[in-house]
Design a protein around this ligand. Structure first.
Ligand SMILES: [Zn+2]
Length: 298
């Protein structure tokens, strides 16, 4: 039989257990909207978990990630874009078409670009595109992807990796689909190349949170004579939505009809630099490796 005193003691013990036991576990299972304060939650998480579970700063403790990319290896990248990037200490990705004249004639300069921390990405050997699409009259017979086999595409892309490794000594890098074309016939040629690349960039104007990014179909915003204000709005949207924003430049102060004026390009980069406390700016390779680790833990 329980005496009144025993019941009192048992009751007190149960209350203490109820009060003490669940507390350390609640933050781990609580929804992010839960009323438990983030400071309490963070107390029970490792530093890595704190970064990954913080819905507001999932990008190396920053609100968003921005990867700046330049396609096609054109002279204006070396002449106009690189000096601004280097003066601000920002690192970008240059998607190199190996056969382009500005690549062949300026190899030493591209080597220097890589040595200063920029990524030389793979944008194929000859820049083939599907010539049977509207507005693709400029695609030559020799560079028409409709005449390619998947194996030829894979071989040329792998040859470009060998070429780029000879320039920068790197064995990991990312790829950018030429014209955004992802298939030869009905077959995705990237399926056989996933071990050759950390990620592959497409051309669709979208941005995603770290858990939603498709590494082999990275979306990006294509610059087409946009003002600095318009491009800065993209960055603000990425910051507000905790997303990855990939920006794609072709011409910078000329060099391609898809152009950015020198002032607009400079102003965007300055904005990114000024907001480094909340924006992680890095080459695609670095951002993609971070996303891959994050998604593998899920
Ligand atoms: Zn291109």
């Amino acid at each position: 039989m329980f005496t009144g005193k025993m019941i009192f003691l048992l009751g007190t013990a149960c209350l203490l257990l109820f009060a003490a036991a669940p507390a350390p576990f609640v933050p781990l299972f609580a929804d992010k909207e839960n009323a438990i304060s983030s400071s309490v939650a963070e107390h029970f998480l490792s530093p890595l978990q704190q970064t990954d579970t913080s819905s507001k700063r999932p990008w190396k403790s920053k609100k968003c990630a921005v990867a700046i990319t330049y396609d096609d290896a054109i002279n204006e990248h070396l002449d106009n874009a690189v000096p601004v990037l280097d003066s601000l200490g920002l690192k970008a990705t240059f998607y190199i078409t190996a056969y382009s004249p500005a690549c062949a004639k300026r190899l030493k300069e591209w080597r220097g670009v890589a040595a200063r921390g920029h990524e030389l990405g793979n944008h194929t050997l000859f820049h083939p595109c599907m010539g049977n699409m509207p507005g693709r009259e400029w695609v030559s017979k020799e560079r028409d992807m409709t005449t390619y086999t998947v194996q030829r595409m894979v071989d040329e892309i792998r040859m470009t990796n060998i070429f780029l490794e000879a320039i920068d000594g790197k064995t990991t890098r990312t790829f950018a689909f030429t014209c955004g074309d992802m298939k030869v016939g009905d077959s995705s040629f990237m399926n056989g190349l996933k071990n050759d690349f950390v990620a592959a960039r497409a051309v669709r104007n979208e941005m995603h949170t770290i858990d939603q990014v498709d590494l082999y179909n990275l979306d990006c915003y294509v610059v087409n004579n946009n003002t600095a204000d318009e491009m800065i709005e993209w960055v603000k949207k990425a910051t507000e939505t905790n997303s990855l924003l990939v920006i794609l430049f072709h011409g910078v102060g000329g060099g391609n009809a898809l152009n950015a004026s020198l002032p607009a390009h400079r102003q965007l980069l300055r904005y990114l630099k000024q907001h480094e406390n909340e924006i992680w700016v890095a080459p695609v390779r670095e951002v993609a490796e971070y996303i891959k680790k994050y998604q593998q833990k899920k």
